[in-house]
Design a protein around this ligand. Structure first.
Ligand code: AOF
Ligand code: ZN
Length: 352
């Protein structure tokens, strides 16, 4: 097998931590000795061993002179666990392939440097693109202290998110909805606007797949949420500008208002970041999409195009963004277009 195949295996192991490592990254490690895999590991959650530790533990004395494949630069700090570089050096690992440096300011190249200085042969960049994409949430959070924002929408072929009578169940088929539940299991929080609560009364939990349910944030500037909304309960957050004191089964964040006295999205993201929410899945509706796009606070798009047409009376996916000329349009770079059941899923990143 080629080195790239071992690194791919390390990336596969890393993904076992999806949805549970936050605020830490997903990391996988493989130890190779005389052509045989003698250790493997992944980081499962904060406080649990780092991937390298797990792989080295499995290998035991076989770690000496072995080659390590790790999907993220080994750490140099005493955190929940001792520095991985020290263990690698102490155990006599001869060569280390690292997919990508750790952007954490307390690591950021220091791990690579320390290993090289100790005489370990270090190679960086194998499967780098995949490794960076795998931890796109972590990479933003660790460098900005703000969550990675994913805008997810299900639209018709003519760009509508509901009929004129506000019906939207369902624009996509079962497979698309299952994909969304997997997304929910992989993020720290989902977010919807108060109109969505009024119209759909959603639960916003993870049900169509195994995995944890994220926190549920309701953008409710005027604090109008009904006391019996199904979204309420453990893990629900109501973000408002109102100073009203209401007993409600949710955490309430009173935040600064923007020029229209709606919750300021920038303030919301800063508050979420302070509370270690590293990712937010924005699930609509139109006004919420509009607010995030107006402020250019979207990091990634997942747009499902269902195989339906609603026509002019349907509700458009995004409201007015003040765009009048073509040069002002928001550009998006599509990275993946995929058929999911009978629908199309477009993955993209803002180019604005
Ligand atoms: C590694 N291997 O498997 C992981 C690393 O809270 P702690 O002590 O676990 O430290 C978290 C930081 O450690 C995290 O921000 C990142 O820089 C690094 N994560 N490093 O060598 C791993 N999960
Ligand atoms: Zn470590």
């Amino acid at each position: 097998m080629e080195p790239i195949q071992y690194m791919r295996y390390a990336l596969t192991l890393a993904k076992k931590g999806r949805g549970t490592t936050s605020p830490n990254p997903m990391v996988g490690a493989v130890l190779l000795k005389d052509g045989k895999i003698v250790g493997r590991g992944f980081h499962s959650r904060k406080g649990e061993p780092h991937a390298e530790h797990m792989a080295i533990k499995e290998a035991g004395s076989m770690a000496r002179n072995a080659t390590l494949f790790v999907s993220l630069e080994p750490c140099v700090h005493f955190g929940a666990t001792p520095p991985c570089v020290d263990t690698i050096i102490r155990e006599g690992i001869r060569k280390v392939f690292i997919a990508t440096p750790d952007p954490n300011p307390i690591v950021n190249g220091r791990g690579i440097k320390k290993l090289s200085e100790a005489g370990v042969d270090v190679e960086v960049g194998l499967c780098e693109r995949e490794a960076i994409e795998l931890n796109e949430i972590y990479n933003k959070f660790i460098t900005t202290k703000e969550p990675f924002v994913i805008l997810k929408a299900a639209i018709t072929l003519d760009g509508k998110i509901a009929t004129g009578t506000c019906q939207s169940k369902w624009i996509t088929g079962e497979e698309g909805r299952r994909f969304v539940h997997r997304l929910r299991a992989s993020v720290d929080a989902v977010l919807v606007g108060i109109n969505t609560i009024f119209v759909d009364d959603p639960l916003l939990t993870t049900r169509l797949t195994r995995g944890k349910s994220p926190k549920r944030i309701v953008l409710d500037s005027d604090f109008r949420i009904p006391g019996d909304a199904r979204v309420l309960g453990e893990g629900c957050i109501v973000a408002t500008t109102s100073s009203q004191k209401r007993r409600i089964n949710a955490e309430v964040w009173q935040l600064d208002g923007d020029e229209m006295n709606r919750v300021d999205i920038g303030a919301l993201l800063r508050e979420a970041g302070r509370r270690n929410i590293t990712s937010i899945l924005v699930e609509g509706g139109r006004d919420v999409y509009t607010s995030f796009l107006k402020k250019r606070l979207v990091d990634k798009f997942y747009v499902f195009i269902g195989a339906k047409i609603f026509g002019e009376s349907g509700i458009p996916s995004v409201g007015d963004l003040g765009i009048r000329s073509l040069e002002d349009a928001l550009d998006v770079k599509y990275t993946r277009v995929k058929k999911v059941g009978g629908d199309v899923l477009i993955t993209g990143y803002p180019h604005f």
